[in-house]
Design a binder for this molecule. Structure first.
Ligand code: GLN
Length: 456
């Protein structure tokens, strides 16, 4: 049914870069056999899933939305993908994304943008717009995204889906093509909070192949989500972050946010106001740390190891460097080049302390702001994104306007804490979805699900 739905609507939505009908059907048949034998591998055995094209899938193309990886087929599975397969989830295909996960609209994909199923002339968010749109358009019941600065939560917000960024280290990064290793985290994209929790449990847990993986039991997210709307939040302290809201936020977004807070009060929660003064500098710090790590990571695309190789014309006996230059010039898009240049500059000798070093200090201040806020509150809340889905093309020529979409999501990545975006209804101005963000202390991912479930 999902393959039929993809065939019917993906021409317009363009959520997928690659669909794998044979593989998905073979996995579904194997699941049917397990069901008949009464030996299901997990509660999600047989439920199809779409995977963001930044995760390595053995035998299936993995492009990261870039021309430089066109035609590359990984010889191994990312740990997340291996766990999906082991739990019996058929993989429908790979979803569209901003090139190397750099963007907030999926317009930086080298393979053309994804359209928001709510309004096809609008962006589906980014970088994981393909995963969010696939779920919102009923092309997939579940999807996997990755979140470096908001790429699961912001697409979730603007497509009316649920998106979770787990605690850093909660889900293995092995086989996740790195943009910024200290920020990247894979997580669920779904229609309900319980679906997200079930998927979270499948992909999370310690992995010896990722040195930053947390060696602790997975938080009890399914149990927390099962409470559903009947959940009693008595005694739960919910902190409203003063710096994330008000000026700069679309009125209809703020209205839906206030209404969701009211629902939490009705469920018994106590509201407190918290202030995180260093958040003012979060975006600036992020846009130094992330490009620094990305510029280093992307050095591996050297025309020798993966995908594209362009031999320059008119050069007699081109050197390895000539081939590398021509390949990187043709294979990387403008946004990727911009970040490589920014990152290389920030890391260069003489500038390292002023830029990268300062950004790391700001990062520590942001973690301290969170620690102080979590002394006063058990969870923190904000709108997920300042606006609803904007029009395709609207911010494409203005990188700073594009970067501002992530003001509310980036602090969590800098501090490594978990966050969820849950649908909070439609904005009055444009009838487009609004997301409500909940943040919790590191390894307390279960709190996201408890609060998220109360809002469904
Ligand atoms: N939009 C942010 C960026 O461009 C976040 C991307 C992400 O989370 N992958 O870096």
């Amino acid at each position: 049914a999902f393959l039929d739905r993809i065939a019917a609507v993906d021409g317009e939505v363009h959520a997928f870069l690659h669909v794998d009908p044979e593989g998905a059907l073979a996995a579904a048949r194997a699941s049917d056999e397990r069901r008949a034998a009464g030996r299901l591998a997990s509660p999600l055995d047989g439920v199809p899933v779409a995977v963001k094209d930044v995760l390595a899938t053995e035998g299936l193309p993995t492009t990261c939305g870039s021309k430089i990886l066109e035609g590359w087929i990984p010889p191994y599975d990312a740990t997340v993908v291996a766990r999906l397969r082991a739990a019996g989830l058929p993989i429908l295909g790979k979803t569209n994304m901003d090139e190397f996960a750099m963007g907030s609209s999926t317009e930086h994909s080298a393979y053309g943008p994804t359209h928001n199923p709510w309004a096809l002339d609008r962006i589906p968010g980014g970088s994981g717009g393909g995963s969010a749109a696939a779920v919102a358009a009923y092309e997939a019941p579940l999807a996997i995204g990755t979140d470096t600065g908001g790429s699961i939560r912001q697409p979730g917000a603007v497509t009316g889906t649920v998106g979770v960024k787990p605690t850093y280290g909660g889900v293995s990064r092995y086989g996740l093509v790195a943009m910024a290793n200290s920020l990247d985290q894979a997580g669920p994209v779904t229609r309900t909070v319980l679906d997200a929790a079930l998927l979270h449990e499948v992909i999370a847990g310690h992995d010896p192949l990722d040195s930053t993986s947390i060696d602790q039991p997975v938080p009890a997210v399914v149990e927390a989500a099962r409470a559903g709307a009947s959940v009693d939040l008595a005694g739960l302290r919910v902190g409203i972050i003063r710096e994330l809201g008000g000026e700069g936020y679309q009125p209809g977004v703020q209205e839906r946010f206030d209404e969701a807070v009211e629902l939490l009060v009705q469920a018994g929660a106590e509201i407190v106001q918290v202030s995180c003064p260093s958040f003012e500098h979060a975006l600036a710090a992020y846009y130094l740390v992330m490009p620094s790590e990305a510029s280093s990571n992307l050095a591996r695309f050297d025309a020798m190891r993966y995908g594209l190789r362009v031999v320059p014309e008119g050069v007699e006996s081109p050197s390895a460097e000539d081939v590398m230059r021509a390949t990187r010039d043709a294979g990387f898009g403008d946004e990727v080049k911009r970040r490589i240049i920014l990152g290389t500059y920030a890391l260069s000798s003489g500038y390292y302390d002023a830029y990268y070093g300062s950004a790391q200090k700001v990062r520590t201040l942001i973690s301290r702001d969170f620690e102080r806020a979590f002394d006063k509150a058990d969870v923190l809340v904000s709108p997920t994104a300042p606006t609803t889905a904007f029009k395709l093309g609207e911010k494409l020529d203005d990188p700073l306007a594009m970067y501002l979409n992530d003001v509310a999501t980036i602090p969590a990545n800098l501090a490594g804490i978990p966050g969820i975006s849950v649908p909070a209804g439609l904005a009055a101005e444009d009838d487009l979805p609004v997301g409500f963000q909940v943040l919790a202390p590191a390894t307390a991912d279960d709190r996201l699900y408890r609060v998220g479930a109360a809002l469904e």
